[in-house]
Design a protein around this ligand. Structure first.
Ligand code: ZN
Length: 593
């Protein structure tokens, strides 16, 4: 690893550079499930074996075995050194590399981003101080009326824009901020008298952070008659509408940990949820969810729950949001808040447990569409029933799991009092014309598959739950793994976990492993299909498989030894070995799942 460029910058770049975007510039990628596939750029092929994972930010070719992260891809493709790749990416994302040559345009861009962040930070501090000052009483009263305590106000850096024409402008000009800068960041506007006045006046202020915790913009809610009710920063060099998710900086750890994100509409919904300890919650900032926002979320999870307002606008936004999330490979469920309440009101009135109960009962995409479709037809009449079934057939055809599909058919049959067999027949006819999906990447030979799968399974489950390290160590540790790469990667992971890296993700490990073969083994493991069924059982079964395969290897070695002894005629030694082999065979007998 290079010493001149700090770990921090490398980490930030690894986080910012989107692997799908960068590889997508060189390889035509197609979405397949949660990943993208394409023709491998490292070997000749006609069917795609090259897989890119936006969630894990790694790639792997199941044809030639090449794999790694965004850095190794660029190094390999462009024959560049690690430093060159870092410089190129830093320039692309407008980051300053200390002591490095940048061309003037890069320098200007990087300096501008830094300056804008600083000014926003000052503005945020101004709003926070104003909230605490005497004139901030109005703002404090408002937050209090919404049930917010001092701790949560601090955590979200909430503030207040006083009812003054030039409060912020003067405060920032005193820090040498220029008029153009105030206009550029949307903090000021030009008055009719052609002077600069504050853009946000008499509003409570919600700073908007990017996922790294930089203030990129503001939302302000009026406390008087000011229009509009909610005013957001315009597009600036830091902030683009539809590119940020409110509170992602505070929610991302919980989203990863719980492997689920809850999407809400407004600032207050999110803050109320966080205050109650429901911390995997973000908001799409007043607009319907966008492609960019969904893409941002794929870095943390693929399980989403939409919880929008129960009004017509909220229903429409839910519908669009779930389509977009679905396109990005998310599992989507929808919470419908009873009695037409907003999430904010509901959470404040009923608390965390009640909300989590609602979340448990969230509707699947199919159930939600079914509920909405039923509302559009008269389900008592035969033509209404047929209309509903016809409208739902394309949705039903999209349900991949046969179990889930059967469940939905039963649900439909019961709710509509319509025979199951007839619905199935309709579905069969509907699917008659649809295409089968193309074949996935080539598979390994079946005989190698058992131990390979077991090694991969153990690894993936271990990275999700590091507390299982002890079980692996007790079962034999590195000796369990039958190939060198797996052994070495395990030893690295073991050392890191023991050194206190509690949340060691697969992508972190990819970034830390310098040996190309080991990295390729790991990316292959991480991009294998999802582990089916009960993870604990898979883990235990995999351990048994590896223990058995280790015994097989020992027996094989002993048999070879025995064959050699037959030439020398050392009968007592041969006998010893036979006893050992018989012992191992007995041990193997006990290792049945
Ligand atoms: Zn390849």
């Amino acid at each position: 690893m290079n010493k001149q460029i700090s770990e921090e910058i490398i980490e930030e770049l690894r986080h910012r550079a989107d692997i799908v975007e960068i590889i997508g510039e060189q390889v035509a990628l197609r979405k397949k499930g949660q990943n993208y596939t394409g023709l491998c750029p490292f070997h000749q092929e006609k069917t795609p074996s090259f897989v890119v994972s936006p969630g894990k930010q790694i790639y792997h070719c199941f044809g030639c075995g090449k794999g790694g992260n965004v850095f190794s891809f660029l190094m390999e493709r462009e024959g560049a050194t690690f430093n060159e790749v870092i410089e190129k990416l830093a320039a692309r994302y407008g980051m300053l590399l200390p002591d490095r040559e940048m061309n003037p345009a890069q320098q200007r861009q990087a300096a501008k981003v830094k300056r804008c962040r600083q000014i926003n930070q000052w503005a945020m501090e101004y709003f926070q101080q104003a909230l605490e000052a005497a004139e901030g009483k109005l703002g404090r009263d408002y937050f209090e009326s919404r049930g917010l305590d001092a701790k949560i106000i601090q955590r979200f850096n909430l503030g207040f824009a006083p009812d003054r024409w030039e409060g912020l402008c003067q405060a920032l000009k005193a820090k040498d901020v220029q008029d153009e800068e105030l206009l550029l960041l949307g903090l000021a506007q030009t008055s009719q008298k052609n002077t600069l006045i504050d853009k946000f006046r008499n509003r409570v202020m919600y700073p908007i952070f990017d996922d790294r915790g930089n203030v990129v913009g503001f939302g302000g809610r009026t406390l008087g008659d000011g229009q509009p009710k909610y005013l957001n920063s315009p597009d600036t060099p830091l902030f683009q509408k539809g590119h940020q998710l409110y509170a992602l900086n505070l929610a991302k750890a919980a989203i990863r940990l719980q492997d689920q994100v809850i999407l809400m509409e407004g600032y207050m919904d999110v803050i109320a949820a966080h205050q109650q300890g429901i911390t995997n919650v973000v908001a799409s900032l007043g607009t319907a969810l966008t492609d960019e926002q969904s893409k941002l979320l794929t870095r943390y999870t693929y399980q989403s729950v939409i919880c929008y307002d129960a009004d017509a606008a909220g229903e429409a936004a839910s519908m669009r949001g779930l389509e977009i999330l679905n396109q990005h490979g998310f599992q989507v469920r929808i919470i419908r808040i009873p009695d037409g309440k907003d999430p904010d009101d509901f959470i404040r009135a009923h608390g965390k447990e009640a909300f989590l109960k609602l979340a448990d009962k969230a509707l699947s995409l199919y159930e939600y569409k079914f509920a909405r479709t039923i509302e559009k037809f008269d389900r008592e009449s035969m033509s209404g029933k047929v209309g509903i079934i016809q409208a739902m057939l394309p949705e039903l055809a999209k349900v991949k799991s046969p179990v889930a599909r059967q469940g939905y058919i039963t649900l439909m049959s019961e709710r509509l009092s319509f025979p199951e067999a007839a619905i199935k027949e309709e579905l069969r006819r509907h699917q008659g014309g649809s295409m089968r999906s193309p074949a996935g990447p080539p598979r390994m030979k079946t005989e190698e598959r058992g131990t390979e799968r077991a090694q991969a399974g153990i690894f993936r489950i271990l990275l999700e739950d590091p507390s299982l390290l002890k079980s692996v160590e007790e079962a034999g540790g590195a000796d369990l793994f039958d190939n060198r790469q797996a052994q070495a990667v395990f030893q690295t992971a073991q050392a890191l976990l023991l050194a206190g890296h509690q949340a060691l993700s697969g992508e972190d490990l990819v970034a830390l492993i310098e040996d190309g073969d080991q990295r390729q083994w790991l990316t292959g493991v991480l991009l294998e299909d999802d582990i089916p069924g009960d993870k604990n059982k898979v883990f235990q079964d995999s351990l048994l498989t590896l223990k058995r395969s280790r015994i097989d290897r020992e027996i094989k070695k002993l048999m070879e030894h025995l064959a050699q002894l037959e030439n020398t005629g050392d009968a007592s030694r041969a006998n010893e070995i036979m006893i050992k082999i018989s012992g191992l065979n007995k041990e193997k007998q006990t290792l049945r799942p």
